[in-house]
Design a protein around this ligand. Structure first.
Ligand SMILES: Cc1ncc(COP(=O)(O)O)c(C=O)c1O
Length: 401
């Protein structure tokens, strides 16, 4: 048989998925690895979707999405993001993930470079590689509050660079970029004639400070903003996200929608209208609960003498495991096999991130109170021993295949 496409075969699998699959062998495992909200979808959203189904209004929609949803998105952007746009600036996508990939497809030629954060969400890297582009990683380091290092960006930008990709609030660091940093990122893009792609998946999940959308200052069509209903309304499986950009970019994205997904699920699109225009107290309730869990997680980490990031938004916390000698995948395999705690290996978020594991605040209070001390105990044990079982070490190579 002829070989599969080299661009696909060469892509590493997410180590988080590996841990998730491995955890299936442990029915009582404590799950701290996955960003899956444990709330129900708000009733008024489910009801709106059910109404559409009962009325049998479930055919294909326009590639760019139902007009009423695109209108609803403009109302939300005006209300929450200081962005004042028309439906022609909006495309509805299969979650934020398709918005990210579609953005990369319309921006990047083979061999182009895109500046991606490290630590950063691993799927950004995979998306760029699928476009035959070259990801170049810029640091977002702990001693700079995990915000982009503008000096490092200046060093990394090249003739082939097409776009800077930012993500605030950040997965996995929980950083919420300041207004000044957002402005500096946009100015950097203006200076070097780059697109600015701003993933704002967690725009409504901010505990301290404010979320700032850089598109509010853009009068050149340089910024592409990405949002989703997944995390804000616990609608991960509904798969409704959206991208906001210049009409010329949006219509190109709509064109490639046809041979890829045609349109987003019609029922889910109607649910999303209810989510965006309906009561927002469900968002306040979920945010308050994530903040409560953040406070508990930080407190337990402190008691256990763990060194952690202090997330101001999103729902993830990084734990520094650099006091022990293993890479993060081998460490997480050992943690799972010996303590039945599943955590996300830092390696999933970039090369610089191997010194961390990520803990998700989607885990409930009991899981955090039990899981974090077990993680701390395992860290102390491996640091003292200098190794975990040889099988775990061998596994780290296998995990990304
Ligand atoms: C930063 C970031 N962008 C995009 C996504 C994908 O979101 P969606 O489920 O809406 O596709 C995630 C999901 O975890 C994320 O953390």
């Amino acid at each position: 048989m002829k070989a599969l496409s080299s661009s696909v075969a060469g892509i590493e699998r997410s180590p988080i998925r590996y841990i998730l699959d491995r955890a299936a062998a442990y029915p009582d495992a404590i799950h701290l690895e996955i960003g899956q909200p444990d709330f129900s979808v708000p009733d008024h959203v489910t009801e709106a979707a059910a109404r559409v189904m009962r009325n049998d209004y479930t055919g294909y929609t326009a590639n760019a999405g139902v007009r009423d949803l695109r209108e609803a998105i403009t109302i939300k952007l005006d209300r929450e993001n200081d962005m004042h746009v028309t439906p022609e600036n909006v495309i509805v996508t299969v979650g934020a993930m398709q918005a990210v990939y579609s953005t990369m497809l319309v921006l990047l030629d083979p061999g182009d470079e895109i500046l991606l954060p490290d630590p950063g969400y691993g799927n950004f890297n995979m998306g760029a590689r699928l476009c035959h582009a070259n990801p170049v990683f810029y640091p977002t380091l702990a001693d700079r509050r995990f915000e982009p290092d503008l000096d490092a960006l200046e060093e990394l930008v090249s003739r082939r660079t097409k776009a800077l990709f930012i993500n605030s609030p950040s997965n996995p660091t929980g950083a919420v970029f300041s207004r000044e940093i957002m402005q500096a990122c946009l100015e950097f893009c203006q200076r070097h004639d780059l697109y600015l792609v701003s993933d704002e998946t967690y725009d409504r999940l901010v505990f301290e400070g404010e979320h700032v959308s850089p598109a509010q200052w853009d009068d050149e069509g340089r910024v592409i903003s990405i949002f989703t209903t997944s995390k804000t309304y616990a609608m991960t499986g509904w798969r409704v996200g959206y991208a906001v950009a210049e009409p010329a970019i949006i219509s190109t994205m709509a064109k490639i929608q046809e041979p890829t997904v045609s349109c987003v699920n019609t029922v889910a699109q109607h649910g999303a209208i209810a989510a965006l225009l309906g009561p927002q107290d469900c968002v306040d309730m979920m945010r308050a609960e994530y903040k409560r869990r953040r406070d508990i997680a930080v407190q337990v980490a402190l008691e256990e003498e763990l060194s952690v990031s202090y997330p101001h938004g999103a729902f993830y916390m990084l734990v520094d495991i650099s006091s022990q000698p293993l890479d993060s995948i081998a460490f997480c395999c050992g943690l799972l096999d010996q303590e039945q705690v599943a955590a996300a290996p830092g390696r999933s978020f970039g090369e610089r991130s191997d010194r961390y594991v990520r803990v998700s605040l989607c885990a409930n209070e009991a899981a955090l109170r039990e899981g974090l001390p077990r993680l701390a105990g395992h860290l102390r044990q491996v640091a003292a021993l200098g190794h975990t079982s040889p099988e775990c070490v061998a596994l780290s190579a296998q995990a990304t295949r």
